[in-house]
Structures are given as C-alpha cells and as structure tokens.
Write a protein that binds this ligand. Structure first.
Ligand code: MLT
Length: 327
C-alpha cells in the first residue's frame, strides 16, 4: 500500500508542477513588456525597435513598449537590462555594439557572453557615409582630400564609443589614415539634427536613419557600405565603387533578455520575433529604409548566440590594432 501511495503522491506532485508550469507558460505574457533601446529616440535602433515591437505586441497580445536608455555607446542601456528582473518583461534590442563594446570597454558592468539570454536576430542594416548638404566635396575622392586637408577642424558625429557610427567612423579614419575630430551624442537621432543644421560635418550612420534625408536632399551621401547599391539609394555608390575596397560593414541587431529569464518566456519571445520577421508591414517599412528582416531561421536564440560570439572574436583584433578604448 505504501508503494501505491508513494506513486500516487509523486503523480500528484508531478501533475501540480506540470499544471503550474503549463499555466505559467500559457499566461506569459500577462502584462506589458519593456524593450530597452540603448540609444536616443528617433535614431536607427529606435526605428527598428518600434517596428518590431509593434508587430510583437499584436502576436503576444500584450504591449511591447520601447524605453530609450542612451549613453556610453549603448552600454548603459545594455547594463540596465543585464541587471533587470529576469521575469520575461524586460528585453534589450541592441546591435553590433554588443560585440564591439566587449573589447572597447575593459570595465563593462556586465559580461556580454554571460549576462543575457538570447532571443534572436532582427535585421542587418547597411551604413552610409553622409555629410551636411553644403560640405564642398561632391564625391568620396574629394571628401578624402578635404578631410585630410582639414583634419583639425572637420567634425565626425557618432553615438559614443561602442556605437555603430563610432565603429564606422573608426574604419573611415583608418582608411583615410587620418584622425578627425569626433563629436559624441547619445544617439544618431540627435546627431542627425545637428548634421541637418550644419553644426557637424560628417557622419557614418545606418540607412534606417539616413535614407529619407538623402532622398530629400537635406544631407549629402558619399557611399553605402553594402556590397551592392541599394534600391532605395540607387545614385549612391558602394564604398568599393568609391575607392574604399575593404570597407563593408553591416549593423546586425538582436534581442536579448536578462540571464535567468524563464526558458518558456524566452521561447515565446523568440516565436513572436519570428512572426515579426515574416510581418509584411515590417518588411515593407524596412525596405523603404534600405534593409530587410533577418531570415526567420535567424530569429532564434542559437543564431544570435553564434552571431555575438563570432562578432566579438572578429572585432577584437581590429579594435586592439586601432588601440582606441573607452576606458
Ligand atoms: C542609434 O540608434 O542612435 C544608433 O544605432 C547609434 C549608433 O550605433 O551609431
């Protein structure tokens, strides 16, 4: 009889835990989710996040709201999520800066490869080398000549060490073999305001922030960092066409959750991201901005984990060779 009671007891316990786990899984999410963007509102990361968050909100049946936490090249926003409650209700949408900051910042308040759960990849965005519209050079050769001749006064905007604009600016200055004066912002949204106003000269920024301005003629474009010209910017040469052969860079974006977030929540978030990656509205808006959603298969935790690990390894020697660190 004792054995039977033990079996019945164990079955009851298993049933309760399965039910509660199932119930937990069935009710997640039961309230608003915060998606932290580690740069200012109105910039490229914010644009990507709001489009994806809108689609995920529909799929999840709960609001996914964007919170902008700018500063220190995206590392303040990343730290905010690394230290958030691991309950599935705070996530981070960040880009290549998660990988470059791992080397640029020698005292990060989080360990990039251990502080997060991975949800999936979102999109990879080309960059454009742009300038205030009245800057004299009309092509890349002229820009290079002008920058070298005015290296102590030409200003290059970026969103802080660790930002995509910082990385691209660093590659540009390496190609010129000329250091220029850099002006940091909390995001390339506010940097674009100053470029439009003529307060800063040059910027290397993502097409998700520059395409509409280039099309409107309110800023000047010298090159795009993609292998081929973009349909939405047909008149803008690639960096290869413009004489910068080895200057190709794509800004990949991923969604992360704090380490310890329940697996059911991570899985549900990843499934919702994959729905967003197939959302026709997301694809249409991304296309207008020179990019496209990552393939659905890349909207998985394993895909993002592999990307982050390989990108940290890729950029570490490049950054160490440049010898520029944030701390
Ligand atoms: C932004 O959203 O402001 C940009 O991604 C900043 C950057 O990485 O250049």
């Amino acid at each position: 009889m004792k054995i039977l009671n033990a079996i019945l007891g164990a079955t009851a316990v298993a049933a309760v835990s399965l039910f509660s786990a199932t119930a937990g899984a069935q009710t997640y999410p039961d309230r608003t989710i915060t998606m932290v963007v580690p740069f200012s509102a109105g910039g490229p990361t914010d644009t990507v996040a709001r489009l994806v968050a809108e689609s995920m909100s529909k799929d999840l049946g709960q609001q996914v709201i964007v919170e902008n936490v700018g500063g220190a090249g995206g590392t303040l926003g990343a730290a905010r999520v690394a230290n958030a409650e691991a309950d599935g209700y705070t996530v981070l949408l960040h880009h290549i800066g998660m990988a470059t900051s791992a080397t640029l910042y020698r005292k990060l308040p989080y360990e990039p490869l251990n502080a997060f759960e991975y949800v999936g990849l979102v999109t990879e965005v080309p960059m454009t080398i742009v300038a205030r519209k009245d800057l004299e050079p009309t092509d890349m050769a002229g820009l290079i000549e002008y920058a070298k001749a005015n290296k102590d006064t030409v200003t290059v905007a970026n969103a802080g060490i660790g930002a995509a604009s910082h990385l691209c600016g660093m590659l540009f200055m390496s190609a010129l073999e000329t250091p220029l004066v850099t002006v940091p912002y909390k995001g390339t949204g506010p940097a674009m305001t100053d470029l439009l106003g003529g307060q800063v000269d040059i910027m290397c920024d993502q097409t998700t922030n520059t395409t509409k301005q280039i099309q409107a003629g309110t800023i000047k474009a010298y090159a795009v960092t993609s292998p081929e010209r973009l349909d939405v910017l047909k008149d803008v040469p690639t960096t290869a066409e413009a004489g910068l052969a080895d200057f190709q860079v794509g800004i990949w974006h991923g969604i992360y959750a704090p380490k310890g977030t329940p697996a059911e929540a991570v899985e549900r978030l990843s499934k919702s991201l994959q729905v967003a990656l197939k959302d026709e509205n997301v694809a249409a808006r991304f296309a207008e901005l020179g990019t496209e959603p990552s393939p659905e298969a890349d909207g998985t935790p394993d895909a993002l984990k592999a990307k982050l690990e390989s990108e940290i390894a890729r950029w570490k020697p490049v950054i160490e060779a440049a010898g520029q660190y944030a701390d």
